[in-house]
Design a protein around this ligand. Sequence first.
Ligand SMILES: Nc1nc2c(ncn2[C@@H]2O[C@H](COP(=O)(O)OP(=O)(O)OP(=O)(O)O)[C@@H](O)[C@H]2O)c(=O)[nH]1
Length: 360
Amino acid sequence: MSPTPDDLPDDVLPEDAPPDEALPGQDAPDPTADVLAAAFGAPKAGGAAGAPVPTRCGHLAIVGRPNVGKSTLLNALVGQKVSITSRKAQTTRHRITGIRTVGTAATGGAQFVFVDTPGFQTEHIVRGTAALNRKLNKQVQAAVEDVDLVLFLVEAGRFDAADAKVLALMPAGTPVVLVANKLDKITRRQELLPWLQGMQARHAFAEFIPMSATRESDIERLLAILTPYLPEQAWLHEEDALTDRSERFLVAELIREKLFRLTGDELPYTSTVVIEKFEEAAPKADGTPMHRIAASIVVERDAHKGMVIGDGGERLKRIGTEARVELERLLGTKVFLELWVQVRSGWADDEARLRAYGYE
Ligand SMILES: Nc1nc2c(ncn2[C@@H]2O[C@H](COP(=O)(O)OP(=O)(O)OP(=O)(O)O)[C@@H](O)[C@H]2O)c(=O)[nH]1
């Protein structure tokens, strides 16, 4: 489908933006209504009344260079945090599956199984992290070869060498949807149209979707557009499932998110979190359920340990407090959290240690 001005949601653009030149397809009726009707059970013309409506279910990979907003998009699509985010590039290090189910099996709903991937690493190769980078890039490649549809994320109005390297990985035969994210950063519609048309020359994209992962209405629009690409088949997961990752894994990721957010750029990205203990404890006296969690923050050098601990232990305390609040929300229990900091030089270039720390 060619990009047209209609691909740009009106309500995020300045009202005084002059109308763009008419383009083919501009006068076509808004396809969203048809897409929704087709996906959510409107009887097909000529179909027998009361005939069962098939359910749809499929796998979708979310790929793009570091920091384009893949995890933000996944969390918004799922409606819960299943992938951590931060301003630091390469926050995501594992394949994360997030599940969103729309409608019900009885009325022919759709189940989206999203695979978030680490940002494909083409630059900032830090010495001593070669094995980690190899693993991250292999995960991206494996993800795109194994799905029904790929969401290729870029920042609206931008396309650089790092984006091009990810685009080059797209397998032939799998539809690829261009998601131009962070549309809220674009102030004028005219700037985007030539860019969208330029993107058309780069790949035979199945759809062009300028949007902001941070806007709820854009998320619903995206789901409606994607639905017809899901194969007609039974759902693979329970209707209320959100992820296939374990609670233990999500706990480690949430602590890592706080670590990255509260240390900023000063802490190299070669730091990780290892869960040492994760157990349900006896409920508190008032019957409130409780988890006991102990985790180690693993860093490369003594100097990094100092950064994590902070003056008088202040920073580690904050990481612990912020993590505990989110963990209590995730687990629905009280949480007793112990955090330690360990120095393990060279872990990010040590295959055995990477496996021990959960990097597949
Ligand atoms: N303005 C704006 N910012 C966004 C949007 N989506 C994501 N962001 C921000 O972009 C930054 C990176 O987002 P992430 O979701 O961590 O990006 P990622 O692509 O998963 O990053 P990696 O883990 O490095 O691969 C965060 O600060 C987000 O808040 C958007 O639609 N608009």
